[in-house]
Design a protein around this ligand. Structure first.
Ligand SMILES: [Ca+2]
Ligand SMILES: [Ca+2]
Length: 458
């Protein structure tokens, strides 16, 4: 008992440290140049001319080639006409400064300006890009190479069913340093690759850190919708946050893969559904927190593979759909420090297990709610148990967990006011709020699942 408390204490210290790291990271402040010295350039594919000065709506440039070959000053703004199409790549030619980023966006009304690849190569800094539609051609639709302080906001990143590369890539090159302080938010990723040559909608590769991927929608990638990945431990992405994204219908792989040498990262408040394999998977990665996600109707809902350790799986809501054959699956070679707590797993078939812990017996699983009206199933050390009671007594796991209908509100996955998950979780410093951002705990204790029930006085 004392040993377990010590582990919990160490975990808490670790979480506090992890949170401190995240808070003190420097993310871009979304500043947009707004002073009198900036120059605004306009680009119009139908009425423009590259012999114009580009500096007014009446005298726009015509081609992206003109943009690529111009040296911009900090604070400058380049706007492309909505509804226009360019069969040209945009190669961001200049960096801004910390107080005067360079801005690329659109003007007028209509569909976002459509262009081919947008590339930030060789460590561009202080760049803001919004309201552009980037299409994959001969390479990624969006490439960020060793950049710093870059914000992509409200863009469309279109894989266009091509497999030249992932639709969007973030990576570092030793020559130019780590990709650092990169934000992609409020954007739509879609249609990367073919099933014969699967690629991802977004891949965050080696030498990347302080990356925030927030409130995006990603669907129809042929491989993973999104992933963070490195083939070397020393270049593994860290301090990557996937927050509030909706990831669905990967055609061949997972919704989100934290795969290979990713560490000290956070996956929270995402919805992952209808993906070909897992909704959310962690492979050969460590010291990550996976919390407040809603994962449903994937073939395997959530999984932990390979040499993965010290990952916290907290307050997730996992629901089987018609295609689902596994709920939470720990198949780690070394499971030490993997904690599975405050999660809801609802099955729909007596043949399929809600929880599997095989080859990863150091996993600590407790304070969860399991339910399947057709029959729960637990697999532990390759033995099958068909009730929580028998699994508990043989494994000494999930001692405080419950086997009850969590009473979820349809479609919202919030808890009904008579849910047994209310105040049935354990206090965990790794989770300070819920799926919606409501502070935990409400009432006397933490709830189980992605939602913290709020008492209403009506
Ligand atoms: Ca079941
Ligand atoms: Ca509560």
């Amino acid at each position: 008992m004392i040993f377990r408390e010590m582990i919990n204490f160490c975990l808490k210290i670790k979480i506090v440290m992890l949170i401190a790291v995240l808070f003190f990271s420097v993310y871009p402040k979304y500043a947009v140049a707004n002073d009198d010295t900036r120059t605004v350039y306009y680009v119009n594919a139908t009425s423009g001319s590259d012999s114009n000065n580009g500096k007014s709506l009446e005298t726009p440039w015509r081609t992206i080639n003109k943009v690529n070959s111009t040296k911009f000053s900090p604070g400058d703004t380049v706007l492309f006409k909505c509804g226009n199409n360019w069969e040209e790549n945009l190669v961001i030619p200049s960096s801004g400064t910390s107080t005067k980023p360079i801005f690329f966006g659109s003007y007028g009304i209509g569909d976002y300006p459509q262009l081919y690849r947008v590339s930030l190569w060789a460590g561009k800094k202080y760049v803001r890009i919004s309201k552009l539609n980037m299409k994959m051609r001969e390479g990624a639709a969006l490439s960020i190479e060793s950049g710093e302080d870059i914000v992509i906001d409200d863009c469309i990143i279109d894989g266009d069913h091509k497999s030249y590369n992932h639709a969007a890539v973030i990576y570092g090159l030793t020559k130019y340093g780590w990709a650092n302080a990169i934000v992609i938010k409020n954007s739509k990723f879609k249609d990367a690759g073919t099933v014969e040559n699967p690629v991802c909608n977004l891949s965050i590769n080696g030498l990347s850190h302080n990356i925030l991927i927030a409130n995006n929608i990603s669907y129809n990638a042929s491989d993973n919708n999104m992933q963070a990945y490195s083939n070397k431990a020393e270049t593994g992405p860290y301090n990557v946050i996937f927050r509030g994204n909706e990831l669905y219908n990967s055609r061949k792989a997972h919704g989100l893969e934290i795969g290979w040498n990713v560490h000290n990262s956070v996956v929270e408040k995402n919805r992952c559904y209808g993906n070909k394999i897992c909704g959310l998977i962690v492979v050969n990665s460590h010291d990550n927190v996976i919390k407040n996600n809603i994962v449903y109707d994937n073939v395997e809902e959530m999984a932990c593979y390979g040499e993965s350790y010290n990952n916290l799986w907290l307050n997730n809501t996992i629901l089987f759909g018609d295609r689902t054959v596994k709920g939470m699956w720990f198949r780690a070679k070394h499971g030490a420090g993997n904690v599975f707590m405050n999660n809801i797993v609802v099955g729909n078939n007596s043949n399929f297990p809600e929880l599997i812990i095989n080859g990863a017996e150091e996993v600590e699983s407790d304070y969860n709610c399991f339910y399947d009206e057709k029959g729960t199933k637990f697999e532990y050390k390759n033995l099958i148990y068909t009730s929580l009671d028998s699994y508990q007594s043989m494994s000494n796991q999930d001692i405080h967990s419950i086997e009850k209908d969590p009473r979820l509100i349809d479609e919202k996955y919030d808890l009904k006011s008579n849910s047994p998950c209310i105040n049935a979780g354990i206090t965990h410093l790794g989770v300070l709020d819920d799926f919606r951002g409501i502070e935990r705990p409400q009432g006397v204790k933490y709830d189980i699942g992605a939602y913290e029930h709020v008492l209403k006085f009506e």
